[in-house]
Design a binder for this molecule. Sequence first.
Ligand SMILES: NC(=O)c1ccc[n+]([C@@H]2O[C@H](COP(=O)([O-])OP(=O)(O)OC[C@H]3O[C@@H](n4cnc5c(N)ncnc54)[C@H](OP(=O)(O)O)[C@@H]3O)[C@@H](O)[C@H]2O)c1
Length: 302
Amino acid sequence: MVTRENGAIAVFGATGQQGGAVVDALLARGARVRALVRTPASDRAQALAARGVEPATVRIDASASTVAALEGVAAFYFMTPEANSLEEVEEEVRVGTALVDAAAAARVPHVVFNSVFGADRETGVPHHDSKHRIEEYLRLSGLRATMVRPTAFMENFATVMAPSLEDGTIVVRLPLPDDIALKMISIKDIGQVAAAILLGAADVPGGAVDVVGDEPTGPRIAAAFGERAGLPSRYEALPLSVLGNDLDKAMFREFAKPSAPSDLAAVKAIEPTVRDLAEWIRSTGWTAPADRVRGRGPQSGT
Ligand SMILES: NC(=O)c1ccc[n+]([C@@H]2O[C@H](COP(=O)([O-])OP(=O)(O)OC[C@H]3O[C@@H](n4cnc5c(N)ncnc54)[C@H](OP(=O)(O)O)[C@@H]3O)[C@@H](O)[C@H]2O)c1
């Protein structure tokens, strides 16, 4: 049985990207982990169990299951699922507040909410204001709480924001003016920061930290990939109309507002291994894709 004395950490979202990174970091630090999962038979849940993670089955609409899963844990980490519509935003708030209620009922000593940068205020970005509402709900719960507020995932550059190679030049295109810094962090580093906080290895002044590893402008992002590839680079700012989703439009409209530089040193004080973009690119082994114009990779034609 898990007790507060032997210090199991509960993680919601353990089969996902951020929660998975938190589990990785906790296990690497020797912690006991209890994963709150909805489908214990899923491949991802089974893979966690094989690594020594204790599964606890939860159903958000059956609060007793979540309260039971949180009984006796030393700390609780939760994120909230991605929302791509206003309906899903309401569902996100429902999940988040239900988890806070369960943590309060189980008298969890410390709750870490994986929120988002900017959720200290209302910005009009629906899937960020949802996290603001959950933060407020958590604060009012009376629980000891820490808000971990990640910025854009560097991993987006491996998927939806991937650079292209066009006629020998690395090209990055984003719906962001070229003089605006994009605050970013790698998912692995979110896990490291959250784990340090969950295990009490780091102080978080004010009970909240913006998790930022770098904040380059578009041209600097392109240059980081270009330098890695040994090729020239170019950044092109796109209009917001390229985004198909109104929530993403609201988010990039907010990103385009100039903001104060982040306290990168404060993040490094919690977790010294947090990487900037160039370090993240190196760590992934990224290489330039095939050339769209020449129809071949950077090395193949030289
Ligand atoms: N993309 C970015 O750059 C970025 C930056 C900052 C913040 N964010 C925020 O990050 C969040 C997404 O995080 P992520 O990418 O780590 O998510 P993810 O990989 O999609 O994982 C979602 C996790 O939540 C679990 N889950 C969802 N609904 C559940 C339910 N009803 N009961 C139990 N478990 C449930 C999933 O479990 P199953 O395995 O059972 O599905 C999975 O473990 C969003 O809130 C987004 O706004 C994104």
